[in-house]
Unconditional design. Structure first.
Length: 393
């Protein structure tokens, strides 16, 4: 339990830390990787190099400070982050390293203003927040390890197939190297793949949505080839597109994430996707077609043009198996861009899933809200650097 005094200090100094958040975060990462270069095997360093690394970690700690006396309200947000951490094999022993470097960064940036009393209070607060994460992640590790066919951390998989889905999206089919049966996953979940890329000093990892239905044999992911120069995901996605071969090995963590669909429910389901944001919906649609093919489902997919539109044939086949399904495509290059009108007049009793890049997400979610769809019926996952606690409340 934190003392009333600690809580008061943390709450009253949180706005100062937030104001200096960017400096603190930059200092934090710089020091962290100098002292612990091994962590570059875990963090997405392309993000750091481009100066667009997630301010999420430090921001979340300061944002969480506002709830320091009622951390339980943060549980839904903590769970989402904990899924990511579990998927990256983050362990309890990593927390003190992050805590120590965060406190040092606060001291370095605030200088004398950071008195011993203030730093002491923040050390306690960080400890309390970290304990919540560690406890939630412990349960998640137990769950994946105890599941039939489950495993903790990374396991070797072999590339069985590579299929070009469009000009810039390629699917990769993976099977476990030990030939064991795989655990079930939930449609909409993602997994981390880790690899050594020639010329790179550290291991690289990325998360990709599964695009097949849950099965005991294989996983399929579908990767967009990003621009090598301007995207932090360029190196990995180009490697996967151009160098990875059938028969190669990749390391994989068990599927994670809570952007999932319970296919057995009955309310109409609307999938609204921007570009490669269609990937989690492919798994949801396949699972629906196998387990509840009469459920009403609508897919609205915005893409640039037909060349980059993935899964054309596959969606046609899904339409034959789903008896109450409609798929609509919007192509911005052909002046058929998705507009807010396309998201009006939809069923308020439906459930909505939105996925895509940040700009698309803002557009789609606000259009749905304006069209009278209640907040608790809209689920969204944005593809790109992390969510912010304040925004996701
Ligand atoms: C209480 C402490 C922590 C908080 C509040 C926190 C918060 C966050 C948040 C908000 C994200 C973004 C989640 C998303 O993308 O949905 C994240 C991602 C991540 N966290 Fe944590 N985190 C903490 C501790 C740690 C520790 C101890 C490690 C490991 C050393 C770690 C490693 C990562 C990594 C590698 C990512 C993925 C993003 C990237 O590669 O840059 N975090 N964390």
């Amino acid at each position: 339990m934190l003392s009333a005094k600690t809580i008061e200090i943390v709450k009253s100094t949180a706005p100062i830390l937030e104001m200096r958040g960017k400096e603190i975060t930059t200092t934090f990462y710089r020091n962290l990787f100098v002292k612990h270069p091994e962590l570059l095997n875990i963090f997405n360093h392309a993000n750091q190099e481009k100066g667009r690394q997630q301010t999420a970690l430090a921001n979340t700690v300061t944002a969480a400070a506002h709830y320091i006396d009622k951390l339980e309200v943060l549980l839904p947000v903590v769970k989402q982050i904990a899924h990511k951490h579990r998927s990256l094999a983050i362990k309890p022993e990593h927390y003190p390293i992050v805590g120590e470097n965060l406190l040092e960064a606060i001291k370095e940036v605030l200088g004398e203003a950071a008195t011993d009393e203030i730093i002491g209070a923040w050390a306690e607060a960080y400890g309390a927040i970290a304990d919540v994460f560690i406890a939630v992640e412990k349960e998640m590790y137990e769950e994946v390890q105890e599941a039939a066919g489950g495993w903790a951390d990374y396991k070797d998989f072999i590339v069985m197939d590579k299929v070009r889905e469009s000009e810039n999206i390629t699917s990769i089919v993976l099977k476990p190297a030990d030939g064991q049966a795989l655990p079930e996953f939930k449609p909409g979940q993602y997994m981390t793949i880790r690899m050594t890329i020639p010329g790179e000093q550290y291991l690289m990892n990325r998360q990709y949505s599964l695009t097949c239905s849950p099965n005991r044999e294989y996983y399929r992911i579908s990767v967009k080839k990003e621009l090598l120069e301007s995207s932090p995901d360029g190196k990995v996605s180009n490697y996967l597109h151009t160098q990875l071969k059938v028969g190669d090995r990749l390391e994989v963590t068990a599927p994670a994430g809570d952007f999932t669909l319970n296919v057995m429910e009955s309310e109409p389901v609307y999938f609204i996707a921007g570009g490669v944001g269609i990937t989690p919906f492919m798994s949801m649609l396949h699972t629906l077609s196998e387990r509840n093919p009469e459920r009403k489902a609508v897919l609205k997919h915005a893409v640039k043009n037909e060349q980059v539109q993935p899964f054309k044939e596959e969606i046609k086949q899904l339409a034959q198996r789903l008896s109450n399904f409609e798929a609509l495509f919007y192509m911005s290059d052909d002046k058929r861009k998705m507009t807010s009108e396309d998201l009006q007049g939809l069923d308020p009793s439906g459930i909505y899933y939105v996925c895509g890049p940040a700009g698309f997400m803002n557009f789609a979610v606000s259009s749905l809200r304006d069209a009278g769809i209640s907040e608790d019926r809209i689920h969204h996952e944005f593809f790109g650097p992390a969510m912010q606690l304040e925004e996701s409340k």
